[in-house]
Unconditional design. Structure first.
Length: 257
């Protein structure tokens, strides 16, 4: 096996204190309380509880931690800018540069990646309780995000299916409505043809109580009056009834729809 390379520390103890994320601030505020409420739980379970509490925290309360983290980040960047102009920083850079050069010469150096000035918890010592808290919480949050993503995809699929079903139903209703409109037009035309035939056939028939022959506008009332007359005195108007039967039998009624 190859010889394990030695990593030289590049941490500057004189540098400004790195900012904490909003989540880490929440952990620091809540950890002791959760421990007191669950004294028998191991560290990993405490972290899970804290991660769940953070995820379900109301936006207004969560925003308070995020705002504090943003202010702390601004503080850090300002202090870092001032510090990088100081002699102390120049001495540190010079010393660290020497260590790198020596490590490169010995073949045991691995280049350290410089972290950007983001809102992450820059410079959190690895394997400290704070680092493990943050790392565990990120894993919990990532699992929750993945689960949420799967839930949203499932809901979108169901919603898309419902939309397609609604489109099909709407198209069917529109088709049925169009068929009904066309049928109503046929019925209306049939009724007009029937009225015209009745007007033509009953124009010369005198009906008791009716002084004028029927027209397209009055044929409905005319036929109602004729029906009343026949029902009231069928024997008295037997001759009229026979004439009406003969007239109706000769009518060439339009074919029904």
């Amino acid at each position: 096996k190859g010889r394990k390379r030695k990593r030289f520390s590049s941490k500057d103890s004189n540098a400004p204190k790195a900012p904490h994320t909003g989540y880490v601030r929440f952990l620091n505020d809540s950890r002791e309380k959760v421990r007191a409420e669950n004294p028998d739980l191991p560290f990993s379970e405490i972290t899970k509880i804290l991660g769940t509490k953070w995820s379900s925290l109301p936006i207004s309360e969560k925003q308070r931690y995020l705002d504090e983290a943003e202010k702390d980040k601004e503080r850090y960047l300002k202090e870092l800018e001032d510090y990088e102009k100081s002699e102390t920083y120049k001495t540190f850079v010079k010393k660290n540069s020497y260590k790198r050069h020596r490590g490169r010469r010995e073949g045991n150096y691995q280049s350290d990646k410089r972290e950007d000035n983001s809102g992450l918890n820059i410079g959190t010592p690895v394997f400290t309780e704070e680092f493990l808290d943050e790392n565990k919480a990120r894993e919990v949050e990532l699992r929750q995000l993945r689960k949420s993503n799967a839930d949203y995809e499932e809901r979108n699929a169901i919603l898309s299916k419902h939309i397609e079903q609604m489109k099909d139903a709407l198209q069917k209703l529109e088709s049925e409505a169009e068929q009904q409109r066309n049928h109503n037009i046929l019925l209306e035309n049939h009724l007009e043809d029937l009225r015209s035939s009745l007007v033509h056939c009953f124009t010369n028939i005198e009906i008791p109580g009716i002084d004028s022959p029927p027209s397209i506008n009055t044929i409905d009332a005319y036929m109602s009056k004729l029906h009343e007359v026949i029902l009231e005195s069928p024997h008295q108007h037997s001759e009229l009834l026979g004439l009406i039967r003969d007239t109706i039998s000769k009518i060439d009624f339009p074919r029904s729809v």
